[in-house]
Write a protein that binds this ligand. Sequence first.
Ligand code: KG4
Ligand code: ZN
Length: 332
Amino acid sequence: MLVLGLETSCDETAAALVEDGRRVLSDVVSTQVDIHRRWGGVVPELASRNHIVQVMPVLHEALTRAGKTLEDVDLIAVTSGPGLIGALLVGVQVAKSLSLATGKPFVGANHLEGHLLAIRLLEDAPEPPFLGLVVSGGHTSFYEVQDYGRYRLVGSTRDDAAGEAYDKTARILGLPYPGGLPIDQLAQKGNPEAIHFPRALPQQDTFDVSFSGLKTAVLNHVRKNGVPQGQELADLCASFQEAVADALSKKFVAAARRLGLQRMVLCGGVAANSRLRSLSLERAQERNLRLYLPPVRLCTDNGAMVAVAGYEAWRRGLRGDFRLAADPAWRM
Ligand code: KG4
Ligand code: ZN
């Protein structure tokens, strides 16, 4: 079954062709970061407008790279939530229009399920049950994946998402948006022990995390000492990154052990982070747990993950109809 995945939930316009939810034929991502960077974050109205401009060229490119036409597509999968309402609407309307024009069926896919199931695109993919940690710009949530379509939320952030903490910290430090990659790169040249930043909620009885205290600690540090430069900036980034990776990887491993899950999946944009990856791997191995890491290009938003989630939803019997609405707060 050839599935077209369409993603327009935030600031990436993406389309991909995936066969049977496992094999990627093409995966095209057009990012709007250059547009939003000057505003220091995603401007929803600009995002919607640019999705309108980009969506057809991106779709065309995905078909061309795969050597396919719309006639070859068996199912159109589109992110219908969660995300920015105006941005989601663009993808949903395009999916409906394509369906109307070609007679092909479509289905609404959950963006978070897409992040969780992107791991299916690896040859050596884990079967459920496993513990998934979705860490992105909008979410930081632990899910017990009991089966495809059966997800239990076991913990999440009480305030900022991890990606949001990165983006806000970057802003404090005068680094470009989105802040994840620049902080990660600087952190690799810094001393993670230079500054001790707080780790929130280290107690064992909750799988929730919190990042607002860490962000405030960075802000207070900068207010007191000024915005660091050179090696001091690298040291601050490394110390911040260590606090995030330490808190998340500890909770991740503790949750897997408590729930009796042997397999773990780290996903979402922040799963691209070098220290979160290495520390999670280290801690999982210490406990004889198996951690699956998607390659970096599958961590950040893409169309292939949407095709997988749509394919799995279709297999469960879900069907889109023309009443399908974008749901900005769709909980999984
Ligand atoms: O999953 P994603 O592409 O979009 C959402 O669904 O939110 O995640 C974007 C987030 C941004 O906050 C960005 O700063 C963060 O992922 N990110 C990273 C890295 N690469 C992207 N955070 C930490 N380290 C990275 N290397
Ligand atoms: Zn995402």
